[in-house]
Design a protein around this ligand. Structure first.
Ligand SMILES: [Zn+2]
Length: 267
């Protein structure tokens, strides 16, 4: 029986800072005991550390095999890249930003993804932006047809992506009811709806109160090193991401309306 890393599932449970901290501590203990990337930090330090050294996201490149538990190593020949992103995280940011509902979700990406639904009932399609990895432009248009057809059939769509990338598709969606949900990395959080990182995926979203809410059921965060955000994915077992830092200087506080963690981007 493979030991599983702990997760937290307390939907409908109110935010508790103490419980959130305990969930982080459980992830830290599991990471040090089960995951080479973190275990090696003890080896280099020559002692047991209380918490991992925060790692800039850019330094995670090429580390996938070391970020998976010893007992469940990553096998690139037998499984898709774990960096493709979690459907659950995308669903959660859409709920936070008020873009839940039944309209199909079209996500602008740089590569195709064999995903047809978000959850049980919501249809999902990929739009390849210009500059995506395809053989030629005609092929890109062919690959985009199913998602555009999905939207046309439903008569509505939620389109998610970087602002410029989404704009490219708006003429093709002009005849249907379209809601645009923009995303950016942490440094662009102030002007966009969703916060996305190539490694962490979607981890925060602007809610109706106007504040950028961290998905606290899914991620723990603390501010380190003069304002960097160190983020821990609480529900993810492969790869295990503890205290990884997206670019940007932030503040972390509580929403005056909701009482849960929000991010402020410092210019
Ligand atoms: Zn709020």
């Amino acid at each position: 029986m493979v030991a599983r890393l702990p997760g937290i599932r307390f939907s409908r449970v109110r935010f508790s800072a103490a419980r959130w901290e305990r969930a982080y501590r459980r992830m830290v203990r599991s990471a040090f005991s089960q995951v080479p990337f973190y275990r090696d930090q003890w080896v280099r330090a020559g002692r047991a550390l209380d918490e991992p050294l925060p790692t800039p996201c850019a330094d995670l490149t090429g580390q996938l095999h070391r970020l998976c538990p010893f007992a469940e190593p990553y096998d690139p020949g037998a499984e898709p890249s774990p960096w493709i992103g979690s459907a659950g995280d995308l669903r959660a940011v859409l709920v936070t930003s008020g873009a839940d509902g039944r309209a199909p979700v079209l996500e602008v990406r740089r590569a195709m993804l064999d995903r047809r639904r978000l959850g049980l009932s919501r249809r999902y399609g990929v739009l390849l932006a210009s500059g995506a990895k395809v053989m030629h432009e005609r092929r890109r248009r062919e690959l985009n047809e199913p998602a555009l057809k999905l939207a046309a059939t439903a008569g509505r769509a939620v389109v998610v992506g970087e602002r410029e990338a989404v704009a490219e598709f708006l003429p093709a969606l002009a005849d249907i009811e379209t809601r645009v949900v923009t995303r950016a990395e942490l440094t662009g959080a102030g002007q966009n709806d969703l916060v996305h990182d190539p490694y962490l995926g979607y981890f925060a979203a602007r809610a109706g109160c106007g504040h950028v809410h961290l998905l606290w059921r899914r991620f723990y965060a603390r501010v380190v090193d003069g304002g960097s955000l160190a983020v821990t994915a609480l529900l993810r077992r492969r790869p295990v991401l503890v205290d990884v830092m997206p670019d940007g200087v932030v503040t972390l506080s509580r929403c005056p309306v909701h009482g849960t963690p929000i991010l402020g981007v410092t210019p």
